[in-house]
Design a protein around this ligand. Structure first.
Ligand code: SF4
Length: 237
């Protein structure tokens, strides 16, 4: 298990590599909540592309609560599971209007009481919009922190609980911000790109892939290009 100094060092280094906010961190709680809900099992780029049109049609939670499922589906039908997601975001909006007077709640218990909102989504909203300490664990955060040897867990739920114990509160927000991108570009599933990993000396992973491939330069350029495009789309929402 990692000590807190190493945890801080790893997060600081990765923040230098990935300085932008998380792709779904849109500042406003309503927008962030919708964005994270729509991003489940969907590429961030796809969600960010449809969000400007979505928020033009449904600029606030009241408008979304009043929309029909069909109207919502028409705005999100470029992503997977759009019918189910339309139902969830409408249900979420209706619950916020009826139970929380139209204000996005700022506690974990209240957020996870909303239709379609789990702990991961709630955690992103809490850290990104309400400045609270929380760790949103997705498949990337789960894989990377286990490979690093910070924790030994079998499920994202257990990972969240374990990470909350070892990551200092003031840097918990950074975990999701950097590990999602790090897991997508460098500590990828399968054959990880340890040859370009800025924190490899802190990593316990037994099967490090340190052999630099012939297309290493192209891989690095692609990483920068994709990250720039993601940030451009995020700022465009
Ligand atoms: S050294 Fe490899 S396995 Fe370890 S964190 Fe870096 S990319 Fe992941």
């Amino acid at each position: 298990m990692a000590n807190q100094r190493d945890v801080r060092t790893v997060l600081r280094r990765l923040k230098k590599t990935f300085p932008n906010p998380g792709a779904m961190e849109l500042g406003d709680p309503y927008r962030t909540l919708v964005a994270v809900m729509l991003s489940a099992r969907t590429r961030d780029e796809q969600v960010l592309k449809l969000l400007p049109g979505f928020f033009d049609a449904f600029p606030d939670v009241q408008m979304l609560a009043q929309a029909t499922p069909k109207q919502i589906e028409l705005k999100i039908n470029t992503i997977g599971m759009y019918r189910q997601k339309a139902k969830h975001v409408k249900g979420m909006a209706q619950a916020i209007v009826s139970k929380f007077r139209g204000a996005i709640p700022a506690t974990m218990d209240e957020l996870v009481s909303l239709p379609g909102v789990g702990r991961k989504t709630a955690s992103v909203v809490l850290v990104a919009c309400f400045g609270q300490a929380a760790i949103a664990v997705d498949t990337h955060v789960h894989r990377v922190t286990n490979r690093l040897g910070w924790i030994r867990t079998k499920t994202p739920e257990k990972t969240e609980q374990a990470l909350l114990k070892i990551v200092p509160r003031d840097v918990q927000r950074t975990v999701n911000q950097v590990f999602v991108k790090f897991g997508r570009y460098i500590c990828i599933p399968g054959k990880s790109r340890c040859w370009m990993c800025p924190v490899r000396e802190f990593c316990d992973y037994q099967r490090k892939n340190l052999l630099e491939p012939t297309d290493a330069a192209a891989v690095k350029v692609d990483l920068i290009r994709r990250e720039q495009e993601l940030e451009r789309l995020r700022k465009n929402v």
